[in-house]
Design a protein around this ligand. Structure first.
Ligand SMILES: Cc1ccc([C@@H]2N[C@@H](C)[C@@H](O)[C@H]2O)cc1
Length: 448
């Protein structure tokens, strides 16, 4: 291995209570909210085809025009209790809010910047009421923070000369101050979700990112921070130059999921997902495919079956309300989670051989394994292959709490025959297992 001062400081996953809590929550809500919701992907009668929160980089949007938008930001319909109730009903157990996106606009009245909510007609802090409402609803809050800051005069994408380096130093102090300020103002937050760390100015100062991470941990022990913050001293990101994950979980799964357990290399990880193809902030016109409840449920279940967390993004409008599609999606997901969330929360990789009908999720640390069925075969028979020396002692259909009698086809293989092949939602079956062979288990019928 290469000697590194600013690479991964830990081999393997964190085992402390704060990380165990993060891992147990499994399902989160991302919220992208800011000035970009005002143009909402449109300007001067033209539609921006990129992600709405990136409209400032569109050639049709003059920087000066964007940089005046804060004078209009006045979310008169903002209702944090309603936001939290919607998230709770959906079954989200944690929420990630954009405190400051790449445009540099702060949703809190930071004392280190003039470009904040205090300068808007709304004037008041938006983060405090949101964090309080979500915490009261039993939902943890993590803070999204963009290192890139298009508004700050000292931000440099790369450091080309002494003047750049001086500006870069001032900018690092600014970042450190804002992050400490956020922890001081919002002590109940459980982590930071960093973004905008791909520029050379950041990548080439692995020492700073390392010291910053340790500084934040010292201010707020137990803080959960993903792999996107750090670079090592050779500019390697997410994984250091020895291939070891930096940060507390792999944070690279943005709008994509791992295919198999091999893809996650035993690390904690989290996927963040948009409802349309690629919109985080509010865009008036969603183009292309909009994901359905069942598509989202499959991504959530697949993530948990591969030992990961899944975070679904919402983009509130400038007035503080949610678009109908997002409200309906949240409600539909919540319907299923109300009955079946038990298979998601505290879920983990089961260690069973993957079958075509769907996913196995082990209730962490127990002998209970859930089958979440998305693809009922035309035969109606679900094949179950248990790991060696694992006996099946019970099978229950969650809906209606109905005991099922599988057909034993020899050794560790069974068929579960579903009577009803029509279903509008994923079917959840609970398998009770224990160590041992299956030869004399009277609980299942012998192959005819
Ligand atoms: C190329 C690219 C840069 C930044 C992003 C940001 N990360 C997401 C979590 C959103 O915040 C998006 O604006 C996405 C793609």
């Amino acid at each position: 291995t290469i000697a590194l001062k600013h690479g991964a400081h830990r081999i393997g996953n964190r085992t402390d209570a704060d990380m165990a809590r993060w891992r147990s929550l499994r399902f989160g809500q991302f919220i992208h909210w800011g000035l970009y919701a005002i143009p909402a992907g449109e300007w001067n009668g033209k539609t921006y085809n990129g992600a709405a929160e990136w409209i400032r980089s569109w050639k049709e949007m003059p920087h000066e025009a964007y940089d005046q938008l804060y004078k209009q930001f006045n979310p008169v319909n903002f209702n944090p209790q309603q936001w939290a109730a919607q998230a709770k009903a959906m079954g989200a157990k944690y929420m990630i809010i954009t405190t400051k996106h790449h445009d540099g606009f702060c949703l809190w009245p930071s004392k280190y910047s003039k470009y904040t909510i205090a300068a808007s007609p709304w004037k008041k802090d938006l983060l405090g009421p949101m964090i309080d409402a979500y915490n009261k609803a039993g939902i943890d809050v993590h803070l999204y923070f963009s290192i890139i800051d298009w508004n700050h005069p000292d931000y440099r994408a790369s450091l080309k000369n002494a003047a750049d380096s001086a500006a870069g130093k001032r900018f690092q102090v600014f970042v450190k101050n804002q992050l400490a300020e956020l922890l001081q103002r919002y002590p109940t937050v459980k982590g930071f979700w960093f973004d905008g760390t791909w520029d050379d100015s950041w990548k080439n100062d692995g020492a700073f990112s390392d010291e910053l991470e340790q500084y934040l941990q010292s201010l707020h022990p137990g803080l959960v921070m993903g792999s996107r913050l750090r670079a090592d001293e050779k500019g390697a990101r997410h994984f250091d130059s020895n291939g070891r994950l930096m940060g507390d979980y792999e944070q690279g799964w943005e709008r994509k999921l791992p295919a198999t357990i091999a893809d996650v290399h035993g690390n904690d990880w989290e996927a963040v997902m948009t409802v349309p193809e690629n919109q985080w902030g509010y865009h008036a016109k969603w183009m292309g495919h909009v994901k359905t409840v069942n598509e989202i449920l499959e991504m959530l279940v697949k993530s948990v079956s591969l030992n990961g967390n899944f975070v679904l993004n919402f983009g509130p409008k400038a007035d503080g309300t949610y678009r109908t599609e997002e409200q309906q999606l949240a409600a539909g997901i919540g319907e299923w989670m109300k009955v079946n969330g038990v298979a998601v929360y505290d879920g983990a990789y089961a260690g069973f051989e993957k079958q075509d009908w769907g996913y196995y999720i082990r209730k962490a640390g127990t002998d209970s394994v859930y089958m979440v069925v998305f693809n009922i075969p035309v035969s109606g028979s679900l094949r179950v292959k248990l790991p060696a020396r694992t006996a099946l002692t019970g099978v229950t259909m969650l809906q209606g709490n109905t005991a099922l009698t599988p057909e034993w086809v020899g050794r560790n293989e069974y068929f579960i025959h579903l009577q009803n092949r029509q279903t509008a939602s994923p079917v959840v079956i609970l398998l009770k297992t224990e160590k041992g062979e299956n030869k004399d288990k009277g609980n299942v019928e012998k192959a005819k």
